[in-house]
Design a protein around this ligand. Structure first.
Ligand code: SF4
Ligand code: SF4
Ligand code: SF4
Length: 275
């Protein structure tokens, strides 16, 4: 019984994803959804299980399992554009399929429950950026967050223009947009990380998806909270946070609160188990 209680979270995660998998499989009559969400659910449950077992690389394993699956299998092999342009494309064509479902679950409605868990455990851009040497920012955050609105608008204008101009062979164009977009993301992300000495600089200033993620994760059910009775204000949690979150402030308006990627570095490093 004690053991079941200890591993309740991975079991719940698995059941949650299986429910989504079976529901979509039956309602959409497509076996892909059963495979897709079962695979993602198993990967996440495995990560949570390893985290409970205090395995150091638990998060990185989930990130690689989910990120590589999405990039290589869904993106490159199945030609599914899961970038933001793909989302606009499928939205405009009225097709509620993989990319739109993916955005709805991971980036629009899911963050109401698990915040920016996507950014910590599944994103294939951050999967690569997290290998770089600047795991915690060495300089204060810059006021460059407005750039995300430009990249967001650019993606929307690009796809709208293709529709307005009635360009043919859009499926093929979307595949190439996925390839070029990813190469650009990686190039900009890696250069920025080295220039700003911050692996997550791309996430903080450029990524268009944060336009969805930030407001939705403000209301997240699952968030890191600080036990003020235990906290001794040593500041370690803030020093190890890759996203500059003021995690000891329990209010929803805490500084950079919508930037938390649930990486658990603060929790792991708190000497008083206050988080
Ligand atoms: S902010 Fe964007 S690039 Fe960074 S992890 Fe989240 S989705 Fe990926
Ligand atoms: S690391 Fe723990 S004890 Fe130190 S400030 Fe953060 S929550 Fe408080
Ligand atoms: S270190 Fe803590 S507050 Fe910072 S992003 Fe990770 S989980 Fe969130």
């Amino acid at each position: 019984m004690k053991r079941i209680k200890k591993y309740l979270l991975p079991i719940v995660m698995l059941l949650l994803f299986e429910t989504v998998a079976v529901t979509l499989w039956l309602t959409k009559d497509n076996l892909f959804y059963l495979f897709n969400f079962s695979y993602i659910g198993c990967s996440i449950a495995l990560g949570v299980f390893l985290y409970i077992r205090k395995y150091k690389y638990a998060r990185r394993i989930v990130q690689l399992l989910v990120g590589l699956y999405m990039l290589v299998y869904l993106g490159l092999i199945s030609n599914e554009n899961m970038q933001i342009e793909g989302f606009w494309y499928y939205l405009f064509t009225g097709v509620f399929e993989a990319a739109t479902i993916h955005y709805a679950v991971a980036k629009i409605f899911g963050p109401l429950i698990f915040g920016r868990g996507w950014c910590g455990y599944a994103c294939w851009t951050a999967m690569v950026l997290d290998f770089l040497p600047y795991k915690t920012p060495s300089q204060p955050r810059k006021k460059l967050g407005w750039i995300r609105y430009l990249t967001f608008a650019a993606s929307l204008i690009f796809v709208s223009a293709l529709f307005l101009a009635k360009v043919g062979n859009l499926e093929r164009i979307m595949f190439w947009a996925f390839l070029v977009g990813n190469v650009l993301y990686y190039a900009v992300g890696i250069v920025l990380a080295f220039v700003m000495k911050d692996n997550r600089a791309f996430c903080k200033y450029i990524c268009p998806i944060t336009v969805f993620l930030k407001p939705m994760s403000y209301f997240a059910l699952f968030r890191i909270k600080c036990d003020k009775e235990k906290c001794v204000n040593c500041g370690k949690c803030k020093r190890v946070c890759p996203m500059d979150v003021d995690v000891t402030d329990n209010s929803r308006r805490r500084k950079n609160g919508t930037e938390c990627i649930l990486c658990m570095e603060c929790v792991k490093n708190c000497p008083k188990d206050a988080l």
